[in-house]
Design a protein around this ligand. Structure first.
Ligand code: PSU
Ligand code: MN
Length: 306
């Protein structure tokens, strides 16, 4: 294991004993959710993983150290410090060399998890292809990183503010496998259905563990996305969702908001325009994904034992 990475003793012990471990992303804590709900959600996610018998390993960089598994104080720092930047893979060496602090994207978290021997990871939504990407070339490095990282990511699809169809096409090109968990539909983050289909459906955590086993037997180095829809009772009202999105996109265009400012603007617009309903949905789906990831990690640990 590279010495550049500091693995929390509890996480290290679980990894070497072959016990289930779930990696968790930190950008949703620092940049994806407002304070103070962000810390509450981060804690609840870790509790859910523990309740399923797995060890949570939230990944972040604090004062130059890449940490796999945070203690309570470190988790609170990620949630509250003003100097936490959002780090993709390319940013990690710069952040480390400057002893800076960062939350890690899906891509950066995946790379660090794999380097530490963790192959199951839970998050809210992946980055993907932005609307107007044909002109802006804005496509998340999550996609290209997942093309070459053998990790299993449980998520609720990608945000509807992205171009979902184009994102699915790029996943096909990049050999990123996508299975729907108990659904033939690709989830739409705040909504259970994005309007797009997925090629495969699984109904059980052990089926995912079997796919991971087969991937490993083939020596494939690409990611498996387990697309887990938000529970129906937690989803945003679809009409409210569509109106809010159309309104947000129009305001963004009016004000000339572009590039990496679009996502934070639209998320904030959703939170305000839905009076917090989108925030509740966001929290619910992350917790639900952590729960499934813990069950997958447990099934995988059993399969490796055999
Ligand atoms: N989706 C969310 N909330 C987030 C993100 C995605 O609902 O906070 C974050 C994730 O960390 C993801 C990153 O990896 O945004 C993608 O950013 P970019 O498009 O800049 O690659
Ligand atoms: Mn981008």
């Amino acid at each position: 294991m590279p010495t550049a990475i500091t693995v929390h003793p509890e996480v290290a012990a679980a990894i070497s004993a072959g016990k289930p471990v779930v990696a968790l992303e930190s950008t949703i804590i620092s940049h994806g959710l407002p304070r103070p709900e962000n810390l509450r959600v981060a804690q609840e996610v870790e509790e859910v993983v523990r309740a399923r018998g797995a060890v949570p390993a939230t990944i972040a960089v604090l004062d130059g150290s890449v940490l796999v598994g945070l203690d309570d104080d470190q988790l609170a720092e990620v949630a509250a410090r003003d100097d936490i930047v959002k780090a993709g893979v390319r940013d990690l060496p710069v952040v480390m060399s400057r002893s800076a602090s960062a939350a890690t994207t899906v891509a950066a978290t995946s790379i660090i998890a794999r380097a530490s021997g963790i192959d199951v990871f839970a998050t809210g939504g992946l980055g993907g292809v932005h609307r107007q990407a044909r002109d802006s070339w804005d496509e998340s490095a999550d996609l290209t990183t997942l093309a070459s990282t053998a990790v299993t990511v449980v998520c609720s699809g990608v945000k509807s503010i992205l171009d979902v169809g184009a994102t699915l096409e790029r996943m096909e090109t990049l050999n990123i496998a996508v299975v729907g968990y108990r659904t033939p539909r690709f989830p739409g983050f705040y909504l259970a259905d994005s309007g797009h289909a997925v090629g495969w459906q699984v109904d059980d955590a052990s089926e995912v563990a079997d796919i991971m086993q087969a991937r490993s037997a083939l020596g494939l180095g690409s990611a498996l996305i387990v697309a887990n829809p938000i529970p129906a009772s937690d989803q945003l009202d679809p009409d409210l969702h569509d109106t809010t999105l159309a309104q947000g996109l129009a305001i963004a265009q009016d004000r000339g908001i572009t590039g990496k400012d679009v996502t934070p603007f639209l998320l904030d617009h959703f939170h305000r325009a839905t009076h917090g309903a989108s925030l509740a949905a966001n929290a619910a789906l992350i917790v639900n994904n952590a729960d499934l990831a813990a069950r997958i990690a447990s099934a995988r640990a059993l399969a490796v034992d055999r």
